[in-house]
Design a protein around this ligand. Structure first.
Ligand code: GDP
Length: 596
């Protein structure tokens, strides 16, 4: 017996350019056999996985007499994610905070120390396994902490148009100062539009030098400490002794107040997938961060191409809860298969709706992949290349500190006339390392090595990640190369050369995009193909292009000073010329700029 769609709420179903028989059946809520039967009646022999085009699908829907209209889905460009518009009922929500910084500067220790002292009593002991987000309570207010997200994760979120983090705590060890990954973290935070709080860690150490850290951040990275009149909060802390951890959290809350972070509670729950893995006995275990609404056990969820019913809803400490509101990190089980990190999740009413939504999402993704034919890695690469148009990012490695300093100083001395900014993303003494290549790959950066080596394994990694490593033994050669690379990044200059002028003496015909007129050449030479500015009373009215030049009613190649001539001018919009308007003719050239 054929299924009916009487109970389906959908009347208009969006379909991409083509769809498989199975998918169409799913969307129409028909059995596959019914659909195959109908196709067969129309002379089409199809199997469940065969693709049929939009037109065929429309015919079948009509033949079946279904109360459904298929609509061709237009290509969506830009972020997949739709931005949630806050209602006027939106309420305050906890800030979402990420801890980032250079390796070994104490990210993990800081998170642990905060959790130890600040988790609601009884909860801390419950954390038995690694999860991706936590909540702490300070002054009776909650703060959501994300476990140091990897940079790939951040990039993936940005691609979805998501702004997961409100605040990034950048951890800098007071005894080590700003390091490549510190710089990277600052950049990621800025790109994610997150507010920055600096935690100057390891203050208990004798070698701690917080002033140096502040100076580095202020002079090289535009982060000016509040105490120096800037607007970046910097807190001197120690994960080891617990010094100033309260102050750090208070600073986060202060920012939350200034930012007026809000969320809607009374809407169907939605948010992001922040972790996903499978466990024997539990199936898919998925970490979600609720952004709006309240999530409950038993609800149907769709995230990207996966769906499921919330079987268990656990808070960050692994305790079963009945509901989770905005900014709450939770772990759910019940997804049929694993969603992807960064997928948006939504609530739907039924399993059927959930299935339909995942089919639609999958088709969308497949189509996007097919249409763009680029992978997410390519997109990231393109994004970084775009930035290179203004920035020249380099990592410098040298054999000894002295030569490193002189290479960096000389690079900084290259005068780019403000057209390119040189960013030293990282530097150090020693051979090129895997870490350098990794950093270069994420930053779209060239590695310069001076009197150092590129070990074979690192070379292979660089080739794989398409990172350029340039090795030199002579400093001038290195500098020449950097200069050439920067010149290549500068947009060429448009040079205009004036070649002639004319005064209008008569207007013969004015069309939508053309004017035929006559005039006297007052200087230079006028030829077809030239561009001219139309000047009246000292002001420029328009720019026109000369398509024809006439003298004594016949077309000529050029006219000179003192000649009376006829002109055909191409205009971009209707142009009413007047007697005595002036035309200034010029040629335009693109000239490659060079650096001194
Ligand atoms: P991560 O790589 O940034 O996560 O750094 P970890 O948290 O793993 O810390 C790196 C090392 O620094 C470990 O040996 C920690 O014990 C140590 N460490 C972290 N914070 C402090 C601190 O405040 N004071 C001191 N003395 N050592 C610290």
């Amino acid at each position: 017996m054929a299924d009916t769609i009487a109970d389906s709420p959908e009347k208009i179903i969006q379909v991409a350019g083509s769809i498989t028989v199975g998918e169409l059946a799913e969307l129409l809520n028909l059995s596959v056999t019914t659909l195959i039967g109908e196709l067969f009646k129309n002379g089409i022999i199809a199997t469940i996985n065969q693709k049929i085009d939009f037109e065929t699908a429309t015919i079948i829907v009509e033949e079946l007499g279904l109360d459904v209209t298929l609509e061709k889905k237009e290509v969506a460009t830009g972020p997949v994610r739709e931005e949630h518009k806050l209602s006027d009922k939106a309420v305050e929500r906890p800030p979402i905070v990420a801890v980032m910084g250079h390796v070994d500067h104490g990210k993990t220790s800081l998170l642990d120390a905060i959790l130890e002292t600040k988790t609601v009593e009884g909860e801390a002991g419950g954390i038995t396994q690694h999860i991706s987000a936590y909540q702490v309570t300070k002054n009776n207010r909650k703060i959501t902490l994300l476990d140091t997200p990897g940079h790939e994760a951040f990039a993936a979120l940005r691609q979805h148009g998501a702004t997961l983090t409100d605040v990034v705590i950048i951890v800098v060890a007071a005894d080590d100062g700003v390091k490549p990954q510190t710089v990277e973290a600052i950049r990621f935070a800025r790109e994610a539009n997150a507010k920055i709080v600096v935690a100057i860690n390891k203050m208990d150490k004798e070698t701690a030098n917080p002033q140096l850290v502040k100076t580095q951040l202020a002079t090289e990275h535009g982060l000016n400490p509040e105490e120096w009149g800037g607007d970046t909060i910097m807190v001197e802390v120690s994960a080891k002794t617990g010094q100033n951890l309260d102050k750090l959290l208070e600073s986060v809350l202060l920012i939350a107040d200034l930012e007026e972070l809000k969320a809607d509670e009374h809407v169907p729950a939605e948010g992001l997938v922040i972790e996903a893995h499978t466990e024997t006995g539990r199936g898919s275990v998925v970490g979600l961060l609720v952004e709006h609404g309240k999530l409950h056990p038993g609800q149907y969820l769709v995230a990207g191409t996966s769906y499921g019913k919330v079987r268990t809803l656990l808070d960050f400490a692994g305790k079963a809860i009945k509901e989770a509101g905005p900014s709450t990190p939770v772990t759910v089980t019940g997804f049929k298969d694993l969603p992807q990190f960064g997928d948006q999740f939504n609530i739907v009413k039924s399993e059927k709706e959930a299935r339909q939504a995942t089919v639609a999402n999958r088709l969308e993704r497949e189509r996007e992949a097919a249409e763009t034919n680029v992978t997410s890695a390519d997109i990231l690469k393109l994004m970084s290349q775009k930035q290179e148009a203004a920035d020249f990012n380099v990592i410098v490695k040298a054999d000894v500190q002295g030569s490193l300093t002189s290479v960096i100083d000389s690079l900084r001395l290259i005068d780019t006339q403000g057209a390119v900014s040189l960013r030293i993303v990282g530097s150090g003494v020693g051979n090129i390392s895997e870490n350098d290549v990794h950093l270069a790959a994420t930053e779209g950066t060239v590695i310069y090595g001076f009197n150092v080596e590129l070990p074979p394994a690192v070379k292979r990694q660089a080739a794989r990640d398409k990172v350029e490593v340039r090795l030199y033994k002579v400093i001038y050669e290195l500098l020449d190369n950097a200069k050439e690379s920067m010149e290549a990044l500068i947009a060429p200059e448009v040079v205009e050369t004036e070649v002639g002028a004319l005064t209008i003496k008569g207007i013969f015909r004015t069309l939508k995009d053309e004017v035929i007129c006559g005039g006297e050449v007052t200087s230079g030479k006028i030829t077809p193909g030239l561009t001219a500015r139309v000047i009246r009373g000292g002001e420029q009215l328009a720019e026109v292009e000369v398509t024809k030049v006439q003298r004594n009613q016949s077309e000529v190649k050029d006219v000179h000073e003192g000649d009376m001539c006829g002109l055909s001018l191409k205009t971009s919009k209707k142009l009413i010329l007047e007697i005595d308007d002036k035309l200034e003719f010029f040629s335009r050239e693109l000239v490659k700029r060079t650096l001194k």
